[in-house]
Write a protein that binds this ligand. Structure first.
Ligand code: XMP
Length: 506
């Protein structure tokens, strides 16, 4: 087991993915728990991630210094290198200039970390600070155009540091450097894991045997891929269940039914339950109460349905690696996940969970989806939150407002697709704000609701930027909404980044 200590880097998850691709187990830990856990769980190697802080600043994340005395190999990356140097008596200072982007690594000494790495190779930098003087016992192994301490090492203590990012694709020999750390320094044997669908299916066959499994399928990419893999393994012993809450994007249910029936030849069970969902939402305006009500009803309905199948032993869930990380991450994300996911299903179901894509990232899930012949309309769709429209209709959700939302959403999605923007955006949707304003339609004055358009780009969900949409597209969407939906008086465009604003309005 390799530990990755997360100092807040955007690429901390990527480090663990790279290690996992070598067939090695990884655990992400916080700096506070790293020392205790490394001792208790006998880590074979520890990697310190990068991070946005400066080690010499007050309140900057740090680590129990005793971690360096455990004899466990350590590799510090960027902030991780600076922290190592700082805590062991070296000198870290703000560099003359910030360096973001490509640079060249020139190796000055041999070191197992750089075995077979060419003497000059391209690396990727992203830093403001630098190690000016390494701690005693460390030597300077490699330099770049701007810094002498691109790589430092204390071979006796098996402590290494690199200023650049070996985990990113742009570092030419990054993968080899990480492999060297695992093999040559931590003495772990590696095997390059190519994700093999056949292996996943074989594993599933062994696990499930001739028992039955239930899958909750939402129409989203992850649950579809998970269910499709299980279907390949156990065929008709898979029971896909789709709860149509009436709060999802138009066509979702049809998409699910089409895929399972036509491609997998399994008829999914689907429950049409919009009335029930609207009824539990009645009178509720608080976003969390709305989320909870939806989550609870979903679980109740699902559980009731499960009772009809007596001999089922397994529950298939489309958890992916970022879900695992997120739900362990901030308190907020833990909350978000618990309301809608099958993960929130009560233990009383007494089903064994199978999560065939738990170790994969979205790009890997997409690649598998393509191989499984899952249609593009599912692969390329924007994710839709579990509570669906309910958290995009601010305040109380009733049939009328839901209908307005569906119309507006169709216009937004339709125009985004026509212009090609849909596929460049992480999300694009209207929000029924609950605020009212005056407009003049025909000869009459209308005091109607305001719709906000939210369109964002994002790679990792954690941060998002507002999309710089062409004015003509915004104009088209606005005109169509105000013309085609009489109750809407005005359309505004949300240009707030995340942070501070979340992607959803509620
Ligand atoms: P925020 O609004 O927190 O959203 O920036 C980040 C991502 O999470 C989705 N989201 C949810 N997904 N149930 C879900 O299944 C929820 O309650 C929920 N709230 C937010 C949101 O759509 C975005 O992709």
């Amino acid at each position: 087991m390799i530990f990755v200590v997360d100092f807040g880097s955007q690429t901390a998850h990527l480090i663990s993915r790279r290690i996992r691709e070598f067939g090695v187990d990884v655990k992400m830990v916080s700096p506070e728990e790293a020392y205790q856990k490394a001792v208790k769980e006998k880590a074979k190697g520890i990697i310190f991630s990068g991070g946005p802080a400066s080690v010499y600043e007050k309140g900057a994340p740090s680590i129990d210094k005793r971690i360096f005395d455990l004899g466990i190999p350590i590799l510090g990356i960027c902030y991780g290198q600076q922290l190592t140097a700082y805590l062991l008596g070296g000198e870290v200072k703000r560099g003359k200039i910030r360096e973001d982007g490509p640079a060249t690594l020139k190796l000055n000494a041999s070191c197992p970390l750089f075995d077979s790495v060419s003497p000059h190779s391209r690396i990727w930098m992203s830093h403001g600070d630098e190690v000016l003087k390494p701690p005693q016992g460390f030597s300077l192994i490699g330099e770049s155009e701007t810094i002498k301490s691109a790589a430092i090492a204390n071979e006796k203590r098996k402590i290494y540091g690199v200023q650049f990012h070996p985990e990113v694709e742009h570092t030419e020999h990054g993968s080899l450097i990480l492999q060297n750390f695992l093999e040559k320094i931590c003495k772990i044997s590696t095997r390059k894991t190519v994700i093999s669908i056949e292996d996943i299916i074989e594993d599933l066959k062994k696990t499930v045997g001739n028992k039955k499994a239930i899958a909750a399928v939402s129409g989203g990419l992850d649950s579809t891929v998970a269910a499709a893999l299980v279907a390949r393994a156990i065929g008709k012993n898979l029971i896909p269940i789709h709860v149509d809450s009436g709060l999802m994007r138009k066509g979702t249910t049809e998409k699910v039914i089409r895929f399972f029936t036509d491609k997998l030849h399994i008829k999914p069970t689907f429950l049409k339950t919009q009335k029930e969902f609207l009824s539990v939402l009645k009178g509720k305006t608080d976003p969390e109460k709305k989320r909870k009500a939806i989550g609870k009803l979903y679980i109740d309905l699902f559980q009731e349905e499960c009772k009809k199948y007596k001999d089922v032993k397994f529950l298939v869930q489309g958890t992916i690696y970022s879900d695992v990380i997120e739900s362990r991450g901030t308190k907020n994300s833990a909350n978000i996940k618990s309301h809608h996911n099958v993960g929130g299903l009560p233990k009383s179901l007494k089903l064994t969970l199978i999560e065939p894509i738990r170790h994969l990232y979205t790009d890997q899930v997409r690649a598998i989806a393509k191989k499984l012949d899952i249609p593009d309309e599912i692969i390329n769709q924007q994710p839709h939150p579990g509570p669906g429209y309910a958290i995009r209709i601010l305040g109380e959700v009733d049939e009328k407002r839901l209908e307005i939302m569906q119309k507006a959403d169709e216009i937004v999605v339709g125009e985004m697709k026509r212009s090609g923007w849909y596929y460049k955006l992480f999300h694009s949707f209207p929000v029924l704000t609950g605020a009212k304003s005056t407009s003049v339609k025909g000869d009459g004055r209308v005091y109607g609701e305001i719709i906000a358009i939210r369109a964002v780009t994002s790679v990792d969900r954690m941060t998002a930027d507002w999309a710089k949409l062409p004015p003509e597209l915004l104009q088209k969407i606005t005109s169509r909404i105000t013309n085609e939906i009489p109750e809407i008086s005005r359309v505004v465009y949300d240009i707030t980044t995340k942070p501070p604003a979340t992607m959803e309005w509620e």
